[in-house]
Design a protein around this ligand. Structure first.
Ligand code: FPP
Length: 256
């Protein structure tokens, strides 16, 4: 369990995760095809990654394609995959220049071959950077992630590499696709929806949540900085009392 820490601009969240929602509505509101919304959504990513780096956020996770998104029309899936591939080719130089490491969570082996090739290239060429990490959640679903972790853990037990009696959360977390990443401190969802949609369900246990009506293509650096103001006003207690967190000696003792 993380210890409560001072929540102030001197102490940026370590990990912010974003559900980038509302691309379709952004386009439809303008009489444009949905894919134009996705195109603008992808364009928006660079500014947010840069802004997160400026603030000192070490991990930024973006929910780019969920396991449920395969149910969309084939034409939209193809367009999204093409946009993703182009994004990776286009952003490689910037990621290297800004020293941002790329990594992924989700079942990326099921993505189209050309997308996997592009991902492999960017991951490999940025693997030595350690200051800022951009995590793309691709073909990601939290329930699948838990099932995969349970299967891997059961295999380890069968091979005698893990002991059931010793299982605790830090051990189990090593089998999740987020192994090595800190839990998100803040989860942002754009477009007014107020649900997690199978995103980081285990890791969000103590995350602060910001649901904003702004559609993803309109959620720029200014809006991201406002989200930080929201975060910095939260008191993170991790199960403790407010007085404990504030080290407030004035709180009256409980009557027995
Ligand atoms: C939700 O909008 C968005 C998605 C399902 C895809 C998000 C993907 C991107 C922004 C592009 C890929 C990202 C990267 C990092 C290259 P929606 O279509 O559900 O919008 P709607 O709810 O208004 O229809």
């Amino acid at each position: 369990m993380p210890e409560p820490t001072e929540n102030s601009p001197n102490n940026p969240p370590e990990h912010v995760a974003i559900i980038m929602d509302g691309n379709g509505r952004w386009a439809v509101n303008r009489g444009l095809p949905r894919i134009e919304g996705h195109r603008r959504g992808v364009q928006n990513v660079r500014g947010i990654v840069e802004c997160a780096g400026d603030i000192g956020i070490r991990y930024l996770t973006l929910y780019a394609f969920s396991v449920e998104n395969w149910q969309r029309p084939d034409s939209e899936i193809t367009a999204l995959m093409n946009l993703l591939e182009r994004f990776l080719h286009r952003e490689l130089a910037t990621l290297i220049e800004k020293r941002v490491r790329l990594s992924t969570i989700g079942r990326t082996d099921k993505l189209p071959h050309k997308v996997r090739l592009a991902l492999d290239e960017v991951i490999q060429k940025t693997s030595h950077f350690s200051g800022q990490t951009l995590v793309l959640a691709l073909n990601y679903g939290a329930r699948d992630e838990v099932l995969d972790a349970v299967k891997s853990y059961a295999t380890a037990v069968r091979k005698g590499e893990a002991e059931v009696e010793k299982l605790d959360w830090p051990i189990f977390a090593r089998y999740l696709s987020t192994a090595g990443l800190p839990d998100p401190d803040l989860i942002i969802r754009t477009s007014g929806e107020t649900r997690l949609s199978n995103f980081l369900l285990m890791q969000s246990a103590y995350a602060e949540m910001l649901f904003t009506p702004i559609l993803w293509p309109d959620f720029g650096p200014e809006e991201f900085r406002s989200a930080m103001d929201f975060y910095w006003k939260r008191e993170r207690r991790f199960g403790k009392t407010g007085a404990q967190v504030r080290h407030d000696p004035q709180e009256p003792a409980l009557n027995p």
